[in-house]
Design a protein around this ligand. Structure first.
Ligand code: BMA
Length: 331
């Protein structure tokens, strides 16, 4: 394999990667990946997607003091699907955790018998849960809540799949007064077209992160090649008061699969984060991601450097939006 490690990368991989592997589990499992992340009682908590040898997934908690080492898999804490629940019929996947007061709002994908959809469950301890139902019907995934409301409305970033895939799968934002009724939906980050790294299919990574400059968003872009898809990560910045306003969007990806554990696994060439944690110094950011749909890894970045990057590599004009915008109705 070609070594493409580059010291100029903005996100630096932890040398102890992968931090969690299938063989770390007491029972044999197929894969552990795409973790949500938060801090509980001073410890880093990951809500791992664990895929069993049935092919179906649960969300299992693991904790660590420093967020890098000494991971303890918790046999009790986690969210476990029930085949009695239509929306969770084939398991649950890819949690994004948003802390609101002293509650954790976990938005996750339910693999229902009618396709993947977006569900919400809330908890204070990751043991006792209140299932709050469907936020978005099939087919929709890659969703997370903002930790604050905007003029009294919750905001959800999500990624519906269009019935005509050739039109692309784009990141949307929707609003709700009560976390049940959603609307005022609009495209937030359109997938670009043609040769771009994020052409045709994009989706949210971790929940949006509050910074002085705006909400920092990390999203994945999927490049389809003759040997399969490559999942890479890019950045955008949203207006603090109106999260449907994109202030900036980077034109380059900032992280992509390089290492052997990212390039080989159940689904090669995938880096897929569902959580990040800003550490107490206010600048160190730990990004937790699934690698190749098989193991869990972490990379570190300086928040200030990421913000500089998104502001200094903005896309403009046509590359920022719809290539055909304005064409409709011309004679
Ligand atoms: C996406 C999601 C992720 C997965 C990725 C790559 O559509 O289903 O859970 O990691 O594909 O397989």
């Amino acid at each position: 394999m070609i070594d493409r490690a580059d010291p100029r990368e903005l996100l630096r991989r932890y040398s102890g990667n992968p931090i969690l592997r299938p063989q770390d589990f007491p029972k044999m499992v197929n894969a552990v990946f795409n973790p949500g992340a938060t801090v509980v009682d001073g410890r880093t908590l990951l809500l791992l997607r664990v895929e069993y040898r049935t092919g179906l997934s649960s969300l299992v908690a693991a904790t660590s003091d420093d967020g890098l080492t000494g991971w303890e898999i918790d046999p009790v804490r986690g969210l476990f699907p029930s085949s009695d629940i239509f929306e969770e019929y084939w398991g649950i996947e890819d949690a994004r955790i948003t802390k609101v007061g002293d509650e954790y709002f976990v938005v996750y994908v339910g693999y229902s018998a009618a396709g993947p959809l977006v569900l919400l469950a809330t908890t204070r301890d990751f043991t006792n849960w209140e299932r709050r139902g469907v936020l978005m019907p099939p087919e929709d995934k890659d969703a997370a809540l903002f930790p604050t409301t905007f003029d009294g409305r919750w905001a959800l970033i999500h990624r519906p799949a269009p019935s005509m895939p050739s039109l692309g799968a784009h990141v949307w934002v929707s609003f709700s007064p009560d976390l049940r009724h959603w609307g005022d939906s609009r495209v937030l980050l359109p997938a670009r077209r043609g040769g771009w790294w994020d052409a045709n299919k994009v989706g949210l990574g971790p929940p949006p992160l509050l910074t002085k400059q705006g909400w920092l968003v990390c999203y994945h872009g999927v490049r389809v090649t003759v040997s399969g898809s490559i999942y890479r990560l890019g950045l955008a910045l949203l207006d603090l008061d109106d999260p449907s306003r994109v202030l900036a969007r980077g034109n380059e990806w900032v992280f992509g699969p390089h290492e052997a554990y990212e390039r080989g696994g159940d689904v090669p060439d995938v880096v897929f984060p569902c959580g990040w944690i800003l550490r107490d110094d206010g600048d160190t950011l730990h990004l937790y991601y699934g690698a190749a749909d098989t193991v869990v890894c972490v990379a570190e970045a300086s928040l200030a450097t990421l913000l500089d990057h998104v502001e200094q590599h903005p896309c403009t004009g046509e590359s920022a939006g719809w290539p055909l915008m304005g064409a409709i109705g011309r004679p």
